[in-house]
Design a protein around this ligand. Structure first.
Ligand code: ZN
Length: 301
């Protein structure tokens, strides 16, 4: 299943993608009364993470909707008309991993890390696909980083690697926007990594059954149509099970939490000469099977 969180007037609604349309799940549940699905199951996207029956119910609604496509009801929305919000907007934490691609470490001339390098972002950094990345007045060196993100579906502490996938709800694309001047001004990276809007995610969430091997996905970034990052998640130093085992040794992972797994080579600050984002740029990121995350860049006013 592919789930999204989309804008409808002043609020966000939960959708499931089928072909080139989104099914508004609460509205479809109200329409297909014979299926006896409570529309409140889709009150917000977090319901998907906490109630496994919501995913089962969504599958039934998508199947029912597929049979009715020609009627074009209001709850069946062409993808081209959808304005996305972030698919996992309320994590208790956003855990990010640095130096986690073999080819990115080579690019910087640094050895592979012995343990995952952990830093954090905040929920106030999160935006959806299409929403603008703000260039804050405090920085002049804002850079892009495409990353595969894990979204947790089942809480856990001390999760062994062999059981890690049981705790994964799904995957999405994560843009680890980074203010390099602030990041490297001190030993702690948080200030440069956590400004508002510095965590675009989306466009949607792909459940783990639809991405059975997260370690063989093409991963790319374009800035204004120019290909800047081009690698594959097979180059991850620490893969999904190793990261979940490591993080959950000290931190309880909770439904809706996001783990960003690090970026491949090609970021702006290591280019010669270095290049940074400017107002009017458009950053497009793709990971095979996970869609495309696209955000314009704007100056803070
Ligand atoms: Zn990163």
């Amino acid at each position: 299943m592919k789930f999204c969180n989309f804008h409808c007037r002043s609020h966000l609604r939960v959708g499931a993608i089928t072909g080139d349309h989104v099914v508004d799940l609460a509205a479809a549940a109200a329409e297909f009364r014979n299926l006896k699905i409570d529309p409140e199951l889709f009150h917000c996207v977090d319901c998907l993470f906490y109630f496994p029956k919501a995913v089962t119910a969504a599958r039934k609604l998508v199947n029912a909707a597929a049979a009715l496509q020609k009627r074009s009801p209001k709850w069946f929305i062409p993808l081209a008309k959808v304005r996305y919000g972030p698919p996992a907007p309320n994590p208790s934490k956003v855990l990010c991993i640095g130096q986690n691609y073999v080819d990115h470490c080579k690019e910087q001339g640094v050895p592979l890390p012995a343990v995952p390098e952990l830093f954090c972002k905040f929920a106030t950094s999160i935006i959806g696909s299409g929403e603008p990345i703000l260039l804050h007045k405090a920085t002049t060196k804002v850079d892009y980083e495409v990353e595969l993100a894990i979204v947790i579906g089942k809480a856990g502490k001390n999760i062994p690697a062999a059981k890690a996938f049981d705790h994964v709800f799904g995957y999405t694309i994560f843009h680890d926007v980074s203010a390099r001047d602030l990041q490297f001004a001190s030993k702690q990276w948080t200030r440069g990594k956590s400004p508002d809007t510095f965590a675009p995610t989306g466009p949607w969430l792909v459940t783990r059954d639809e991405a059975p091997d997260p370690h063989s996905l093409a991963i790319k970034t374009w800035v204004n149509g120019d290909l800047r990052q081009n690698s594959n998640t097979c180059n991850l130093v620490f893969g999904v099970p190793a990261l979940i085992e490591f993080l959950s040794q000290t931190i309880t992972l909770e439904p809706g939490d996001i783990i960003a797994t690090g970026t491949p080579p090609g970021v702006g600050c290591f280019r010669k000469p270095p290049v940074f984002l400017k107002p009017g740029d458009v950053v497009r990121m793709e990971i095979a099977g996970l869609g495309a995350l696209e955000n314009p860049v704007a100056a803070e006013t």
